[in-house]
Write a new protein. Structure first.
Length: 285
């Protein structure tokens, strides 16, 4: 395991504290962890379901929709064709929605902290308009997941919306809002939490979880996700790590709040391939 990155931990904790749009467990939403997930392979459809109910017992949607970054984020979730290999068509309306979302997050303290930090490292353009263009390219520019395919994917779709490959594999989908909305439509079936080695069960106020679920006919044996955080918080974390790194896959160990995490970011050329947190441990255990 890589040593703790103190510099990033400090920055990410400042962002955590500045994340005024974050929803609070027990107050703005409640989760229902239920049983521990069984062993599963990617695409294995016979897994045991150890959670009869939804993961999200309730979410204050009024609050969600009243926060500009969440509202503009939610409008992006239906813009994608989830099957890889099928070319994405980006309409002028969707381009407007992408820009509205970036404008909303760039107005937050969280993204300002990210921008300032990246400026010090000479990794971001000083003008906000140029920085926004940079973010657009990293997150929304389309590319082909596999060589030779049509442009069928982008970083935003993979990380926040989720994709499927040949109906057998779930790619990405590391965002709690998308999970909640899909669950509400009965598109996602939560199968239980994934406990770490020698660890007890997570708490209902944990804001990072490892979970197992099925979606569109496939099973994701383990997926990690932040819970309750704002879209700008995740966007800021992943963007910073992406711009700092040169290699194709980067793993940074950070401590955010009480959570010790390995932040994984993979690049696809100049764009984000995937990004997610892996829960290593937390102090309360």
């Amino acid at each position: 395991r890589k040593a703790l990155n103190h510099e990033l931990s400090k920055l990410f904790n400042e962002m955590w504290d500045a994340d005024i749009n974050r929803l609070m467990p027990g107050k703005d939403y409640t989760i229902d962890l239920q049983g521990k997930a069984g062993a599963a392979q990617q695409g294995d459809n016979t897994v045991q379901d150890n959670a009869a109910r939804h993961l999200f017992h309730n979410v204050n949607e009024e609050r969600l929709k009243s926060i500009k970054t969440f509202a503009t984020f939610i409008s992006l979730l239906d813009n994608y064709e989830t099957s890889t290999g099928i070319a994405e068509v980006v309409t002028p309306e969707e381009i407007v929605e992408n820009n509205c979302f970036l404008d909303a997050i760039l107005a937050t303290e969280v993204m300002k902290l990210a921008h300032e930090y990246l400026l010090k490292k000479n990794l971001a353009k000083p003008k906000l308009a140029d920085f926004k263009y940079q973010l657009y390219d990293i997150w929304f520019q389309l590319y082909a997941r596999k060589e030779g395919d049509r442009p069928d994917s982008c970083g935003f779709e993979h990380v926040f919306v989720g994709e499927t490959r040949r109906g057998k594999q779930i790619l990405g989908l590391h965002n709690w809002v998308q999970f909640y909305l899909q669950e509400k439509r009965n598109q996602i079936d939560y199968k239980g939490y994934v406990a770490r080695k020698n660890k007890t069960r997570p708490d209902k106020d944990d804001q990072v979880l490892s979970i197992q679920f099925s979606w569109k006919g496939s099973v994701k044996p383990i997926g990690s996700t932040f819970i309750g955080v704002s879209p700008e918080f995740e966007f800021a974390l992943y963007t910073v790590i992406f711009l700092l790194a040169e290699e194709r896959v980067t793993r940074e160990t950070v401590k955010i709040e009480e959570y010790e995490l390995q932040m994984v970011v993979c690049r696809h050329g100049r764009h984000i391939g995937t990004a997610y947190p892996v829960l290593l441990s937390n102090n309360s255990e």
